[in-house]
Unconditional design. Structure first.
Length: 138
C-alpha cells in the first residue's frame, strides 16, 4: 500500500477515484506504529503548513485544531502549490471536515430561525456584546 501512496505523491496527490484507497491506507497505518511511521515518511514532502494535513501535524499554533485550520475548513482552502492542492481536496472530502462545516450551518440555521430558537430557548446574537445568549445568560 505504501507503493500506491508513493505513486500518488509522484503524481501530485490523490485523484477523487483514489480517495477510498487513500483512506484505507491511512486506516491501516493507524493499526501499528511501524505502518504509521512508513506513511509519515512517505508523506514528508507534504508535511508543511502550506498543506492542511501538514498544518495539523506540525501544530504551528500549539494544537491541531487551531483557528487557522478551522478557517481553512470553513472556506474550503486549498494550497496554491500544485504539489499540495490535491491533498487538501482529499482532506476536505473526508467526513470530519464536512462535519465541521455542517455544524456551522446547522447552528446558524437553528439560532437564526426565530421559531426554532424559541423552542430551543436560544436568543439571537446580541449585537452589543457579540455573544450568543441563552435565556438572558451571556
Amino acid at each position: 500500500m505504501i507503493d500506491q501512496l508513493v505513486l500518488m505523491l509522484q503524481r501530485g496527490g490523490p485523484e477523487p477515484a483514489e480517495y477510498r484507497l487513500l483512506a484505507a491506507i491511512f486506516a491501516n497505518a493507524a493499526r501499528s506504529a511501524e505502518s504509521a511511521e512508513r506513511v509519515r515518511e512517505a508523506l514528508a514532502p507534504t508535511m508543511t503548513t502550506q498543506c492542511i494535513h501538514g498544518h495539523g501535524f506540525l501544530k504551528p499554533r500549539g494544537y491541531a485544531g487551531d483557528y487557522e485550520i478551522i478557517d481553512r475548513i470553513y472556506t474550503g482552502w486549498e494550497s496554491s502549490d500544485p504539489a499540495l492542492a490535491k491533498w487538501d481536496a482529499f482532506f476536505h472530502a473526508q467526513p470530519a471536515p464536512a462535519a465541521v462545516r455542517n455544524r456551522k450551518n446547522y447552528f446558524s440555521f437553528r439560532s437564526c430561525n426565530p421559531a426554532i430558537a424559541e423552542r430551543a430557548q436560544i436568543n439571537r446574537p446580541s449585537f452589543e456584546s457579540g455573544q450568543w445568549t441563552r435565556e438572558g445568560h451571556v
